[in-house]
Design a protein around this ligand. Structure first.
Ligand SMILES: [Zn+2]
Length: 263
């Protein structure tokens, strides 16, 4: 089985001591690519260190909405050169988060719009974080999508109507460990969505799937998400892996050739 973890923070401090073992377990589980969404200025160094160490780790450059403040323009100016230095597979992690704080809502919107414009300019997809802001994010993304922008609503948590709107924009839904949580409302409609709009992610170290709740999440646990989706879509795990990997390889322009060669 070949898998792509389209959103994983294994460059973070929780993996400092054993990142190599985490990557080895991911390889054994069939995870061929792991896409690393940058968070802020401080996280850049650890993303760079990680991508230099393992070839299957690909960076995204961006400023996470929870780290947007009054200085956002200055911060974006410092992040932007990294697109030239270390070619990215996407602009991320960007978006809107009205759950943790509403202090910088205007700044979050401005920073998001600027980074969506970067993605169009660089012809890259985006990895979008939305929390209590799915509606607002869809509305902001729409004019960019009409100009050809593509991407993922990472850890999608909106309604069925919002899911259809996201798919109509040509965007994918990122599905991770939370799909195994009994109370997740997305479980009620996920199986009705087209499988070619779904990509897999862990969001490690967060949101570990059942039976790993309470532990640190890691890319190897993506298999649990595959098994859950196989139930929802009445497909085999191998089919879920194949279709979602093709979706990811094409969206993030990962080399299809090396995915095949590795196994
Ligand atoms: Zn993230």
């Amino acid at each position: 089985m070949k898998l792509v973890d389209t959103h994983t923070h294994i460059f973070g401090s929780q993996f400092e001591l054993d990142m190599e073992e985490v990557v080895m377990r991911a390889r054994r589980a069939g995870v061929e690519w792991m896409l690393l969404p940058n968070i802020d200025l401080e996280s850049i160094e650890s993303v760079v260190k990680a991508i230099k160490q393992f070839e299957e780790l690909k960076p995204m450059w961006g400023l996470h909405p929870c780290h947007v403040d009054g200085n956002w323009q200055e911060v974006l100016e410092k992040i932007r050169p990294f697109f030239q230095q270390f070619p990215a597979c996407a602009v991320g992690e960007i978006g809107l988060d009205f759950y943790w704080s509403k202090e910088f809502v205007t700044e979050q919107i401005q920073a998001l719009e600027m980074q969506l414009a970067w993605a169009l300019e660089y012809k890259l997809p985006v990895s979008l974080h939305t929390r209590e802001a799915t509606r607002e994010t869809i509305d902001i993304v729409r004019p960019f999508a009409e100009k050809g922008l593509r991407g993922v609503f990472h850890c999608f948590s909106g309604s069925e109507i919002e899911a259809s709107e996201v798919i109509d924009l040509g965007f994918c839904l990122g599905v991770g460990g939370s799909i195994t949580y009994p109370k997740n409302p997305v479980r009620e409609f996920i199986g009705h969505l087209p499988l070619d709009s779904i990509v897999l992610e862990t969001d490690a170290p967060y949101l570990p799937p059942v039976p790993y709740r309470g532990k640190r999440n890691e890319p190897a646990y993506l298999l649990e998400v595959v098994f859950a989706l196989a139930d929802f879509f009445h497909r085999t795990p191998a089919e879920i892996a194949e279709i979602t990997s093709l979706n990811s390889v094409s969206l993030f322009n990962l080399s299809a050739q090396s995915v095949q060669q590795k196994n």
